[in-house]
Design a protein around this ligand. Structure first.
Ligand code: SAH
Ligand code: SF4
Length: 371
């Protein structure tokens, strides 16, 4: 099977080009077409010779997955559902936040933060009880190229809408989509190195956040890597008793082991950790959990992202009432914890990653597969 062009680094391409008797710098030209001009075929790289383009066609795949669904243009949160070469469905989300000096009317090309939420697997094997990705089971790991393509596909789609975008548009990446990123370690690191490279996506390592449910050996492995990626821990419970009820991984790597690994990561990288905490009614929204969470966050001087639970079809959990969420949030602040509260829009069924795919799969089960 041909390797995908989007999994190739500049060094690997230069080697290949030299072996073909081409000049080394042609590799840079090709990458410029892909990552700055956003072409989607070798044929479009018009300053490369026809012979070189034919060699590229013969050696590399440039498969672009079609979009099955995207949210309305102009939505602040753009959601994309891709159909991969094997028919698997995978989703990406783009969140836009205008910069402080910017009015939202200025449009897509302006300077606000554009954060891409990337998926790393089709489904997920970790089975967290509140999560749509976990509920649909594990299908397979994504390749590095399939991760890089989510980034390019979102940029390409926005360009195709006629917005006047700069060459570099997406400014931040959060690896918080479908799947457990650290369970697909090699492909993830390959994709991030391409998205981080100046010749590739050009997103700074400190603007890339990897979220994990708590795979201790891989957190330690990542701590030893040179890149300064940020780490977000999906905590969702401040005691083993509560965490194990909703996250099976906690039985394998309980809080003490997880927090020890977080300490290692922090020692290796500086202050690069945050905690994610989904508030679920009468499960983890109590004052005891709040105090436990505050103690953990203070130990690491870490930021806490509070997320109100989004209903997943087939799950019995509920979102706490607004006043309980507010009380929990204010209590954390008063305990000296830097906290943000992410409020999802009311009945938005597809708001959390994994939900869009789950719904589409249910729709598809009832009707023909769209091309
Ligand atoms: N597997 C990794 C990364 C992806 S999880 C991890 O667990 O950290 C997907 C993200 O969606 C997580 O940040 C989780 O907090 C969030 N999420 C999952 N189900 C949710 C739900 N029902 N409501 C709100 N957020 C949810
Ligand atoms: Fe997997 Fe993360 Fe969902 Fe848990 S929360 S099932 S680890 S994607």
């Amino acid at each position: 099977m041909k390797k995908h062009i989007l999994s190739q680094t500049v060094e690997r391409l230069e080697e290949e080009f030299l072996a073909w008797g081409e000049q080394r710098w042609r590799a840079g030209q090709l990458l410029d077409w892909i990552y700055r001009k956003h072409v989607s075929s070798f044929a479009a790289c018009t300053n490369l010779s026809k012979t070189l383009r034919q060699k590229l066609e013969g050696h590399f795949s440039f498969y672009i997955p079609p979009l099955l669904h995207q949210s309305d243009p102009g939505d602040e949160t753009q959601k994309f559902l891709w159909k991969l070469e094997d028919g698997s469905l995978v989703e990406s989300v783009l969140l836009e936040a205008p910069s402080e000096s910017e009015s939202t009317q200025e449009g897509r090309g302006s300077a606000g933060r554009k954060t891409l939420c990337l998926s790393t697997q089709v489904g997920c094997a970790y089975g967290c009880k509140f999560c749509a990705s976990g509920r649909s089971g594990f299908v397979r790991n994504l390749t590095a190229a399939e991760m890089v393509e989510q980034f390019l596909g979102v940029e390409r789609w926005n360009r195709a809408r006629g917005y006047d975008l700069p060459e570099r548009w997406i400014s931040n990446i959060v690896v918080m989509g479908m799947g457990e990123p650290l369970a697909n370690y090699e492909e993830l690191l390959c994709a991030l190195s391409i998205l981080n490279a100046p010749w590739g996506g050009g997103v700074g390592a400190r603007k890339i956040t990897i979220s994990t449910s708590g795979l201790v050996p891989e957190i330690l492995r990542l701590a030893a890597e040179p890149e300064q990626y940020r780490l977000a821990i999906s905590l969702h419970g401040a005691s083993d008793e509560v965490r194990s009820r909703i996250m099976p991984i906690n039985r394998k790597y309980p809080l003490a082991a997880l927090l020890k690994a977080c300490g290692e990561y922090q020692r290796a990288k500086g202050r690069m950790i945050s905690f994610e905490y989904i508030l679920i009614e009468r499960l983890n929204d109590t004052p005891e959990q709040c105090h436990g969470l505050a103690a953990i966050a203070r130990r690491f001087h870490a930021h806490v992202n509070l997320i109100s639970y989004n209903r997943v079809e087939g799950c019995d959990f509920s979102r706490p009432p607004a006043e309980v969420i507010q009380r929990f949030y204010r209590e954390l602040l008063s305990l000296g914890v830097s906290t943000t509260l992410r409020q999802e829009k009311g009945g938005d069924l597809d708001a959390a990653c994994g939900q869009l795919r789950l719904r589409k799969m249910q729709d598809l089960a009832e009707g023909p597969f769209p091309s």
